[in-house]
Design a protein around this ligand. Structure first.
Ligand SMILES: N[C@@H](CCSC[C@H]1O[C@@H](n2cnc3c(=O)[nH]cnc32)[C@H](O)[C@@H]1O)C(=O)O
Ligand SMILES: [Zn+2]
Length: 428
């Protein structure tokens, strides 16, 4: 057996307690063997003065959109997508998506994220980047049928199903997949019904954007006389395996539907604030027992992939939405960014426990903004930053040691991404 010891730190346990302990990892199996005192191992990662946390799980992203960071800001969702983002995306080559994904993965590793869910296109390139970088992911090809003829719409759906079949279990099992209709309004009803049924017939989960803006909710209510999530249920896309992004404008009946079905909701507070989409009723979702995860959405609507920022944003926005300072507390957002997200996207990780996945982040507490150590869960939620992460481990493999990313060449990736975007701007 080949073992790794994360030594001398404090460890955040699933019940939100913190204890002084080493974490012993089986590198061959990628699992945690023991959490305890003075454990011996083949290799040691120093965690003195640090908090060892579960790797953060970014449950909704478009990772290659790092290329469009700062490309178009300060617009509402619909205009932003139609006027800026979709025209630029139409010009992206597979090589662009590869380097954009690598850039995003470097950013994730450097901020303690070990797993994510991603909706994009040229997915084979995203999968190759994930394989190389060493993270876990649930990947899928996003489908839009609006504005497409029947042949193109069907080709898009076929590609989504083919990608889900082909890449499930890739990267030594670290990659899982989903079928990904973009949203309830950008994929037409007949296509959606067939797409979802075909995916579920092969046990492929479905991931989509829902109830993000009122512009997206109102047409469904006007045309169908029912709420979007009641429509989603009727289409069969509200099962325990499926998960949706946003869920901003959901009413009480829709919250009950989500809780009854066990469908995960991925809250994306920064994106919702930046696009002025609205405030998700996160405390209500939690109270109803809905599985709630946390995601950054793409870097063009955030504008980073730092899940520490996202935790703080979720807590702040959740309190505002509930008009209650006790709503969406520190422990709630830490759980959402770890176990909640892992649960929503159904990947291993999200908790440090014996027998569980060895996916973790080591946060350096020796910083003025993390002093004094009154409450480490509070610090994670409100005061820590991605740049406080010292080591990142996924599936038992060290992806970053002492802030040096070991699986990708950070400087080379940044240079290639800048070149790719210079060329993209000339083409668009
Ligand atoms: N195959 C589709 C692309 C779908 S990928 C997923 C899409 O979601 C877009 N996207 C990013 N953030 C959001 C959001 O917050 N809401 C809805 N769509 C988004 C992203 O730009 C990308 O085009 C096509 O032909 O256009
Ligand atoms: Zn999105």
């Amino acid at each position: 057996m080949n073992t790794l010891r994360i030594a001398g730190g404090q460890v955040l346990r699933p019940d939100a307690t913190v204890e002084d302990a080493d974490v012993l990892v089986d590198r061959d199996e990628g699992t945690i063997l023991d959490i305890g005192a003075d454990l011996d191992a083949d290799e040691t990662l120093d965690a003195e003065g640090c908090l060892v946390t579960p790797g953060l799980v970014n449950a909704h992203c478009h990772v290659a959109m790092t290329l469009l960071r700062g490309y178009a800001d300060d617009k509402p969702l619909d205009a932003w997508l139609r006027e800026d983002i979709w025209p630029a995306e139409a010009a992206l080559t597979p090589e662009d998506v590869r380097v954009g994904a690598e850039l995003g993965l470097v950013e994730m590793i450097k901020s303690g994220t070990t797993a994510f869910a991603d909706m994009y296109f040229h997915v084979p390139e995203v999968a190759a980047a994930v394989d190389e970088a060493g993270l876990r992911a649930r990947l899928g090809h996003g489908v839009v049928t609006l504005g497409k003829d029947d042949e193109d719409a069907r080709a898009d759906i076929d590609e989504s199903l083919d990608v889900a079949r082909e890449f499930d279990g890739a990267a030594d099992g670290r990659i899982r997949t989903a079928a990904m209709p973009h949203s309830l309004t950008t994929v037409a009803e007949d296509y959606l019904r067939e797409f979802v049924a075909d995916a579920h017939a092969e046990d492929i989960p479905v991931h989509y954007h829902a109830n993000e803006t009122t512009d997206e909710v109102d047409p469904i209510v006007d045309e169908r006389g029912e709420r979007p999530l009641s429509y989603a249920k009727e289409l069969g896309m509200l099962t325990a395996d499926d998960f949706l992004a946003h869920g901003v404008h959901v009413d009480d009946a829709e919250i009950d539907l989500l809780a009854d079905a066990g469908t995960g909701v991925v809250h994306c507070p920064a994106s919702n604030m930046k696009l002025a989409s609205g405030m998700a009723p996160v405390q209500k979702l939690l109270d109803a027992g809905v599985t709630v995860g946390l995601g950054t959405d793409g870097a063009a609507s955030n504008n980073d992939l730092d899940m520490f920022d996202e935790m703080r944003d979720a807590a702040m926005l959740g309190k505002l939405a509930a008009a209650d300072a006790s709503a969406v507390a520190a422990g709630d957002v830490v759980r959402m960014a770890t176990a909640g997200s892992a649960d929503a996207i159904n990947l291993p990780g999200g908790a440090l426990e014996v027998g569980g996945a060895a996916d973790l982040a080591v946060v350096d507490l020796d910083a003025p903004h993390l002093t004094p150590a009154n409450d480490l869960v509070s610090h994670l939620a409100y005061a820590a930053r991605g740049s406080d992460v010292r080591h990142t481990v996924c599936d038992g493999r060290v992806l970053m040691r002492d802030r040096e990313v070991l699986t990708l060449d950070e400087d080379a990736v940044m240079a290639r991404a800048s070149e790719a975007v210079a060329s993209l701007r000339e083409r668009v």
